[in-house]
Structure formats: C-alpha cells, structure tokens
Write a protein that binds this ligand. Structure first.
Ligand code: SF4
Length: 384
C-alpha cells in the first residue's frame, strides 16, 4: 500500500476496492470531493493494475468529419454550422475515400467518422460511404456515428433504430462512437444541449447496438455547469447499462473546451479536476476494462500523468481534429505513434498498439533503445 493511501481519510474506500466491493454513489461523490488527489490517484492506479495489468494502449486512427452542417444548435457546440455560414463544409464520398486512402498509407487501422445532423444528405449517402470504405481494405475498422446521428439516420431512413443499425452494420459499421452523451441529468442537458436526444434515447441506441452484437465506447463531457453529483448520476447510468449488456469497450471522459459557444464558462477544467475524474471513473466503473485519457482535451503531458491515475489508454493518432479545436483546444492536430509510445514508457507501462475493440495489434518492449528514444523503425516488437 502506498504512503498516500496509508495516511489518507479515504483508506476505507481503498479497503473496499481491495475487497472487490462495488463503490456506491456516495463513495464516488466522496472521491470527487476529496482534495487528496494523491490518494484518489493511488487507489485508482491499484484498480487499473488489477484490471488490465501493466499495459497501456493507443490506436492508429484517423478522424473524418463528413460535414459540420447541423439542424440542431446545442449551446455548448463550437463545431456546428448552418448552410449560410462561410466555414461550413460537407465532403463527397470521393473526398472521404481520399482521406481514407491517405490514412491506410500511414498504417492506420481505424476511421472514426462523425458529423452534424445534415439537413439534406440522404440515408444512401451514409450507407454508400460505409460500403465504399469497407471495400477499400477489409482490415480498416469503421467506428462511426454518435447516438444522435443514429436517431437522425433512422428518421431519414423512416425505419426503427434497430433496423437502421442492422442496415448500417451490413454496410460495414463496426462500432458506434461514444460522443454525444454530454451530461445525462435532464436540467443540465437542457441548458447545454437543448434539442438533443434524451439520456434514455442515448442509452437505448447503445443498448440496441449491443443487443445486435455490436460494441461501442461512451463518454461524459465534464467541467462546465454540471455539479459533481451530476457526474456521479451520469456514471451510474453508464454502469447500469454495462451491467445489462457488457457492450461498452471503454469510457472516455471529455474535458469541456470553453471557446466559441454559448456556455458561460471561461476556463477548461483544471489538471486536478481532469485527473480526479479519470480516477473516479476507473474506481466507480468497475465493469469497464478501459479508461481513456483523451489527449486532445487534456494535452499529452497531462494524459501521460493520468496513466498513473487510473487510465490505461491514450486514444489515437487522430490526424485531423475539428470538434475540440474549434472549441479552443490547444493540443496539436495529430499525435505521432512515437510520442505516445514514449509517453507510455516513461509512465512505466508497456506500450500496446490496439485496434477498435482494444485488442492488441502490436506490443512494444517496455524500455527504449540506448538513446532513450522509441525508435519505431528499429526497435524489435511483438506482433500479437
Ligand atoms: S453537438 Fe452535435 S447535434 Fe449538437 S449542434 Fe453540435 S453537431 Fe449538432
């Protein structure tokens, strides 16, 4: 037991975690309210080690936003545009395929594709781009659409959510993204994302997808106007659905970015808040294997520290990110594989390249070459 835990007022929660007892909502709130980040982080680090061992993962992925036109106007959103806006865009299927070809040449294994709720594109556009991308290279994994996009596509197709998902799956969809969860508490959701789907609808899209054998990730947008109790409520709904379906592969807490939107919050969540949110997520979501430190929102330096506070994944290379950067994120547009391997090694973990389903693609040695650099061209590696 670490010194931080031994002398902490949270010692009873550590004992609970060691005994394999599930934390209550009150326990989670206590952890959130604690100022003892060293103890919270150390307990989460224990839980992380027990759950996934000494490996930490990343993925070679590329984001593609097919369009930022959206019929909704969520107050927190800096990404959406109307047709009258000069910086609105929509990609043809040929343009999406071109980006996919470039990604494949970089060794990328996953395309992560989302967009706004486009006012005019037909259902066939989405089916056609999935089919065309899948035909490019069957090894390319397609992680696409948030829950609200699925509801929009079902409306376009004039079919049930289940039938829509069946058709998208047949066209090549392999995973849903976790975006759009925001905060489930009704009052907060109404204040930051009025008009968006309800918590029940978000959860039901994922439930339906899981029942069809699909897998997805889930998220929580934190650090705006929500209270700590709202975060616990959000996590409790995700934990309950995971108990029911076991369909979530991982959880990605998203630190709020405050620029270019209508929410009266001036600064993004502090480093302290981001680390404790990662840690509480690891401890409370005891039925999740993977907790991601999302470097786009956190910056790679803090995401690296989060690997010692319960996180076991750094997300991916991404290549081109619009949503967080239009909201003021200061991180770079892409992350190199070398930087992520180096960050993981320095944190004392074994770097693992994963696929969409968090399965290992490649495992790197725990230590770098004599020069201390993760020489990715010459370092021997294990293909898993
Ligand atoms: S968050 Fe999504 S649904 Fe809401 S306005 Fe932005 S793009 Fe549209």
């Amino acid at each position: 037991m670490s010194f931080a835990i031994q002398h902490s007022a949270l010692r009873d929660l550590y004992d609970k975690v060691v005994a394999g007892e599930r934390l209550s909502d009150a326990d989670a709130l206590r952890l959130f309210e604690s100022r003892d980040i060293n103890a919270v982080g150390a307990i989460a680090d224990f839980a992380r080690q027990r759950k996934v061992g000494n490996r930490a993962s990343y993925i070679l992925n590329r984001y593609i936003n097919y369009s930022n036109y959206c019929i909704l106007s969520c107050q927190f959103c800096s990404f959406a545009r109307k047709k009258r806006d000069k910086d609105g865009f929509e990609l043809t299927i040929e343009q999406i395929v071109q980006k996919a070809r470039e990604a494949l040449a970089l060794g990328i294994t996953e395309l992560h594709i989302v967009g706004g709720l486009h006012p005019a594109l037909p259902f066939s556009y989405y089916v056609d781009f999935l089919k065309t991308l899948k035909a490019l290279d069957p090894r390319l994994q397609l992680k696409c659409f948030t829950a609200i996009e699925i509801l929009h596509l079902a409306w376009l197709a004039k079919k049930s959510v289940e039938q829509t998902l069946i058709e998208l799956k047949a066209a090549g969809l392999e995973s849903l993204t976790g975006g759009g969860a925001e905060i489930f508490r009704k009052e907060v959701r109404h204040a930051i994302a009025r008009g968006k789907e309800s918590a029940e609808e978000y959860l039901d899209v994922h439930r339906t997808w899981h029942r069809l054998g699909g897998r997805s990730t889930c998220t929580m947008l934190f650090g705006h106007i929500e209270k700590l109790e709202d975060r616990v409520h959000h996590l409790s709904l995700l934990r309950a659905l995971q108990d029911e379906t076991h369909g979530f592969t991982g959880f990605v807490p998203l630190p709020y970015q405050p620029e270019n939107n209508d929410i009266p919050v001036r600064t993004p969540p502090t480093g302290f808040d981001q680390l404790r949110t990662i840690a509480v997520s690891r401890l409370y979501l005891d039925n999740f294997d993977h907790i991601t430190a999302y470097w786009v929102g956190m910056g790679l330096k803090l995401a690296q520290v989060a690997l010692s506070h319960g996180a076991d994944d750094l997300h991916g290379t991404i290549v081109e990110e619009h949503i967080f950067h239009m909201a003021g994120a200061q991180s770079p547009q892409l992350q190199t594989e070398a930087a992520m391997v180096k960050a993981i090694r320095e944190a004392g973990r074994i770097p693992v390249q994963r696929n969409t389903f968090y399965e290992a693609v490649k495992e790197w040695p725990a230590t770098a070459g004599a020069d201390g650099l993760p020489n990715l061209t010459s370092t021997p590696m294990v293909n898993v």
